[in-house]
Design a protein. Structure first.
Length: 309
């Protein structure tokens, strides 16, 4: 949140200098940490994150934040070996670098088979695999590897809700799926927005803009079509997922930890969804109560979020 405020308020030169300083500090801190060997990385996946043969696993990652003692491109083969031939891996695969409504308003084409993802090295490596599939959603695309991938991404775009029941973000619940973070904390956890899209107007906070956009998509068969979608409201800027998880998600639902200066987490998707739906019924969400529908502060907080965004 502070990063977004600084980007908005500071001159670009000052923000750039500050960002370079922060990155240099992080790199120095990583150099002072023990390196993660390939053997230890495998142990983390199995023993700490609970990944095993046949699992359906949604992976969020940041290679830059893990001090590896082996080539980063080994991570994807290790993940595939860990879930085995019957397991399925999913990765965020959006191509966007800006607010989705800005991209959609320009009428640009999302080429499912060719557009690089902006979600990091591992998702891009996964996208380039010969057996990879990718959902056609114009703003929230998901890539998948493994025998269950095609089915999980097939309906993504049938609903205007990017994280609704038809999305692979939620459909992993049906498979008893897990979500893991490699080098990232739970602030990178798209799954939390499923409860917002599925509950819709019953969710305590309005998290989608009212306008429905037409997204131009060239699908995996090379056929161009329109996919209609809602976009996230700027007010979701106020979310605080890590604090919510610490307070309300028991360890068997969400385990988050730090190792050698890098963050990791493992989430049981089914348990977390049930917990979030129950909490939403009590008015407890990843957003402050002041942002709830009808709150006298909702308008003011929304204006701040628009300025910060």
């Amino acid at each position: 949140m502070l990063k977004k405020v600084a980007r908005r308020l500071l001159p670009s030169s000052a923000y750039g200098a500050g960002k370079r300083w922060v990155n240099q500090r992080r790199q120095q801190q990583r150099r002072n940490q023990p390196k993660v060997t390939e053997e230890e990385f495998r142990r983390i996946l199995v023993e700490e994150l609970g990944i095993g043969p046949g699992r359906t696993v949604f992976v969020h990652s940041s290679v830059d934040r893990i001090h590896l003692d082996f080539p980063f491109f080994r991570i994807l083969p290790i993940l595939r070996e860990t879930v085995g031939a019957e397991g399925t891996l999913l990765f965020p695969a959006t191509q966007l670098k800006e607010r989705p409504e800005i991209w959609l308003a320009r009428g640009e084409l999302f080429d499912v088979g060719r557009a690089p993802t902006t979600m990091g090295l591992i998702p891009e490596l996964a996208r380039r695999q010969a057996d990879a599939v990718r959902s056609p959603h114009p703003t929230n695309s998901v890539g998948a590897l493994g025998p269950g991938g095609g089915e999980l991404v097939a309906r993504h775009g049938d609903s205007v809700y990017p994280c609704g029941e038809d999305s692979p973000y939620y459909r992993i619940v049906e498979r008893g799926g897990w979500i893991v973070g490699l080098g990232v904390d739970t602030d990178v956890l798209t799954f939390v927005h499923c409860v917002e899209d599925i509950l819709g107007e019953r969710f305590p906070v309005e998290t989608r803009c009212a306008e429905i956009y037409d997204g131009r998509v060239c699908d995996g068969e090379g056929v161009e079509r329109n996919i209609r979608t809602l976009v996230a409201h700027p007010r979701i800027w106020w979310r605080n997922i890590p604090r919510y998880m610490r307070r309300y998600a028991p360890v068997e639902t969400c385990r988050s930890f730090e190792l050698h200066g890098a963050r990791f987490y493992a989430v049981d998707a089914g348990r977390l969804y049930a917990r979030m739906e129950e909490l939403a019924g009590r008015g407890i969400t990843i957003y402050p109560r002041a942002l709830r529908r009808g709150s006298f502060l909702e308008g003011a907080l929304t204006r701040v979020a628009r300025l910060a965004g």
